[in-house]
Design a binder for this molecule. Sequence first.
Ligand code: ZN
Length: 405
Amino acid sequence: MRGSTMPDLGARNEMVILQAIRLRPEGISQSEVVRRSGLSRQAVSQIVRRLIDRGLVQTHGTRVNGRGKPSTVLGIVPGSQLTAGVHLDPAQLTVVIVDLFAQVIAKRALEPPGEDPADDVVRIADALEDMLADLREAGMSAADGGDVAGALAGIGIAAPAGLDAEAGILVDPPWLPGWRHEPIVSEIETATGLPAVLDKDTNAALTAEKWAGSYPQEETVLYIYVGAGVGSAVAGDGTVHRGSTTQAGEIGHLPTGLDGPMCQCGRRACLGLYTDASGILQAAREQGVIADDPDALVADALSEVVACARAGDAAAAELVAGHGRALGEALRTLIGIHDPHRIIIGGPYWGLLEEASLPALRERALRAGGGDHGVLITSSTLGDDVGAIGAASLFLERELSPAGR
Ligand SMILES: [Zn+2]
């Protein structure tokens, strides 16, 4: 991401500089920030002073580069601003607190969301209080020396599709039936006294990768989220593309072109028929791969299917490979549409499926004629918490970028 000298883009420049400093945890010289940002020495110096005044950045002495003057070395103050992330997933309810590096410093994995949102909001608020108490006990305080709660700037919420991010409402989340028309943002704000933002889990996950520095900001990146359903998100030049109603990347009904069954949407062999966790498990039960236990947690049942595949059960192996084949075909189409530098695959169930799904996925995705542009296909390194970390990163981004001001 490069800076701009237009005066009304001052806030954007601040973000550019903060990101340049964030992405070098070992410290970065001010002259290097000038070089990376493309901004004038004077502008950088002014903005850096502002960031130091706000307690977000500190100096670490000076560094001599070649024959030039010694340059001030800058670093982030990681605990100067904390953000909470809430991931409402049908299979898990995760709450984290992250620092300015988007590193998790506290986490609670709660029982999955239930039928009564009011109850869950209380559980979320209690978990936050509990985590703050832990941090207090560990000796953390706000940048001004006050209580650590003062460093907590706000809360990001990541939820499955079927939401209105602007209005802060879950409209019709297919796997969270009790949460229809739930004004989640205002309820969390009321319960915690903190500002909150809402976005789709897929967008949150891609934002987490951005804030974790998983890819160069100027790249076009396609993120595939493997959860209860499958979703995608795309970012270019550091910005996630959300579409007109935050529904971009709903790829569950993307036809795969495979010789498969009709979908209820009226098309044949839609991606979700092969990739939805509920569909894989239903087929596994019908084929006798696993026992029919309606109370089993999805993650447990899915790992049982994967274990059977690994142990040589042909039906289980076919189900998991089918996930890879279908996703590979979908990627072949998506690569043609988005022309990404890189594809990152993650989400709560990807860790389980990766080993068995990835070979077929790669083979299909990169097939000639599908537009193999030398695209990199990698797995997320952020693990199961990617949604919660992403949710917190969403708030960080809103807070630190001009769009949020
Ligand atoms: Zn369909």
